[in-house]
Write a protein that binds this ligand. Sequence first.
Ligand SMILES: *Cc1c(COP(=O)(O)O)cnc(C)c1O
Length: 231
Amino acid sequence: MRSMMLEDNLDYVRGRIADAASRVGREASDVHLVAVTKYAEPEWVHALARLHPVFGESRPQQLAERVPQYDPSVTWHLIGQLQRNKVRMTLPLCSLIHSGDSIRLLDRIELIASELGLRPAVLLQVNVSGEARKAGFTPDNLRALADKLVAYEKLTIEGLMTMAPATSNPENSRPVFAGLRELRDELAASTGLALSELSMGMSGDYEIAIEEGASVVRVGSRLFDGLGYRA
Ligand SMILES: *Cc1c(COP(=O)(O)O)cnc(C)c1O
């Protein structure tokens, strides 16, 4: 019963992803779905893992508890804040860190990666909307840091990530997503980094994000609709 509901939800989201991609002439296969499991019950995650292979967690501690329980074919992303003292435990657990939000953190990741012999993939989290309490680089920060960003040898900066402000109308997120894409294009040109990934869009606004160029959407609550998921 549960797994049928999960399967329906997953089919629904995948269908909306494909529709949004085709509206702007993109391929559905160019958009990757990260299933966000931060509030999901363990049994739902186990059921979903039979249907979908990429999960996102927002807390390193929960990542550490969950990852060892899954087949290595399931890959995990960290989408929430990473404290510097958790970098060592986190790097071996995930294939992508979406939340590179300061140079001090990136420096720490570079150092630990070199100690552990790892080549982590990282996205730069950008506070496009300029909300005061939101984590991330401002666009001007990043413009000023271009030289620093190209100097890392162990970590690879694969692109940018943002969260739009909470809103009841997903159209309000469009300028934020377009702003991230434009910043990416500008930084790619000024640094020579490919920055091919744009992680943007959640349950409420992933279709808009795809129309604006998202290559990765992070969807949690919509996948667990009907199961009693509490965000
Ligand atoms: C929780 C979370 C999501 C998913 O949010 P939903 O609205 O449940 O889809 C996406 N990104 C980040 C960074 C999150 O913390």
